[in-house]
Design a protein around this ligand. Structure first.
Ligand code: SF4
Ligand code: SF4
Length: 102
């Protein structure tokens, strides 16, 4: 794993990114109707670690999120999960695909 110390800062450019409030309880992943293991707990964990490559490798999962907030409304940490996913999409669109906005 290669750590990118600027990655987390870059995510904030796409909006609020408050994954640091995550308590790693796994409720979100258990409730997510998509049943994708990486969403959203592991994904945020990779982001917090600055593991840019691991996050970029999950583009399909990031764009598959329904933004339904089922996870968010049951998150004991009060993490703004849908907004964080939007920030990841914005990052991907901007930094990887050269697009202006998500
Ligand atoms: S439900 Fe909230 S606190 Fe629990 S793992 Fe998911 S984001 Fe973290
Ligand atoms: S907002 Fe996304 S990650 Fe959360 S439950 Fe809905 S589809 Fe899953």
């Amino acid at each position: 794993m290669k750590v990118d110390p600027q990655f987390l800062t870059s995510l904030h450019l796409g909006g609020e990114f408050d994954a640091q409030r995550c308590m790693n309880c796994g409720t979100c992943t258990a409730l997510c109707p998509l049943g994708v293991e990486i969403l959203p707990r592991k994904l945020f964990h990779y982001a917090m670690l600055g593991n840019r490559e691991a996050v970029l490798g999950q583009e399909e999962a990031i764009f598959s999120c329904l933004l339904c907030k089922l996870c968010e409304s049951n998150c004991p940490g009060g993490v703004h999960i849908a907004e964080n996913v939007r920030s990841l999409r914005t990052y991907l669109n901007r930094e990887v695909h050269g697009l202006a906005e998500a």
